[in-house]
Design a protein around this ligand. Sequence first.
Ligand code: PLP
Length: 466
Amino acid sequence: MKTYIGNNCVVDLLPFEKTCKTLVEEKIALHEREGKEEAFLVGDLGDIISKYKRWVKKLPRVEPFYAVKCNDDHAVLKVLSDLGASFDCASKAEIEKVLKLGVQPTRIIYANPCKQTSYIRYAAKHHVSLMTFDNEGELHKVKENYPDAKLVLRILPPNNFKVQCELGMKFGCQPSKARLLLEAARNLGVDVVGVSFHVGSGCREARAFAVAIQQARQVFDIGLELGFNMNLLDIGGGFPGQRSAPISFDEIVEVLNEALELHFPSDEGVRIIAEPGRYMVASAFTLGANVIAKRVVARDKHGEKGEPIVLSSASEEPAMMYYINDGVYGSFNCLLYDHAHVEVSLPGEPEMDITYECSLWGPTCDGLDCILSKTHLPELKIGDWLYFLDMGAYTMAAASTFNGMPPPIRYYYCLADVWYEVYPKQQRKEKAWIKQMPKHLKSGHTLHEAAATHDLENLLDTTPAI
Ligand code: PLP
């Protein structure tokens, strides 16, 4: 059964739960049968739904404003907006995209402390009033272009905790300078309503949140002292999202809830928001890619310029160079921009007794386009498939089509029961379809079986979910 959620996104609704491994392997088998070699992404929207629900359950005080920059895929944004999430946008285009989904402007924070002036005017025109700042110049721009904006001061959190991507070198005012900046805001008559921070993307030490919250409290109190109606704390992003994350979401939750209760007790009524990106989407997408070329080279032997030497005698131990049809200029830009590490998997139950040292390369003509410089795999042949889990965060959002390499095709799935919890109206619509079916179809068949066996899928496809 399929459902359509706009922007050419079709979601396959599954009667039974399937793992990402099964989903990607089934798609690989289909591509093989159909002779397709294009790389593809499999998106499990149910994973995003369960992440969102887990967030709401574990952090009931913290409203998630999903960071659009992390993955601005239409299906991701649509599902999150229908779940009730709010959004962190960093540009006019991101705001536009979210507003187009019907999201109210009050559910957006323009969380870029250094904004283009025309974008501030765009935010003003569309009543996206909540926005961050960390410098005086921004205050003047806001005063001139959106005097009614509600500003959130972004402070620099402590930088002595381990993170995957530091952000402090670019944004955030030193807490010791916050008073000056808040005084400047007061003198200009610009309204400051809260404090924000970002501990760094892919936070690896939960305590980073506790220390940042404590600092935010001090700055918050300065704001109150200066007469601002401080009512918002934005704890940013940094929450882990991939299966192999060095720290669990629960570890952060425990420290976070405790620090919030200590420094911003519930009875004070301060609104707490966060800007999770990778947490929501990292594990939802799996990439399938095809081996498009292969070179056999001599292991550990390099020419004068470090280039691998093509194997010349059978006695030399071979190493392989595999070229696949997605790379650093595509989904694997995460290796450069996000300091990510990826793990390659082979479909099925591959025989791992005999493996060879190998490297994996993307499809472009650039030497930079290296995905894995050294790993071990059984010998592959051209046309074989590989897959990579946890490819949802900071991958497709920054991918280019450099060298004319197309982006991977996207396929979306969701367990039907999970989907219907979000879209109960759609289930009612489908029940109406069943009623219209001939009697013999109804007896002993689920809707999924009936639709599949009687070619009704096309009919159902055309029924918009929402
Ligand atoms: N908010 C801001 C301002 C960011 O710059 C980022 C990421 O760079 C995020 C939120 C999302 O962070 P994460 O993906 O670590 O949750």
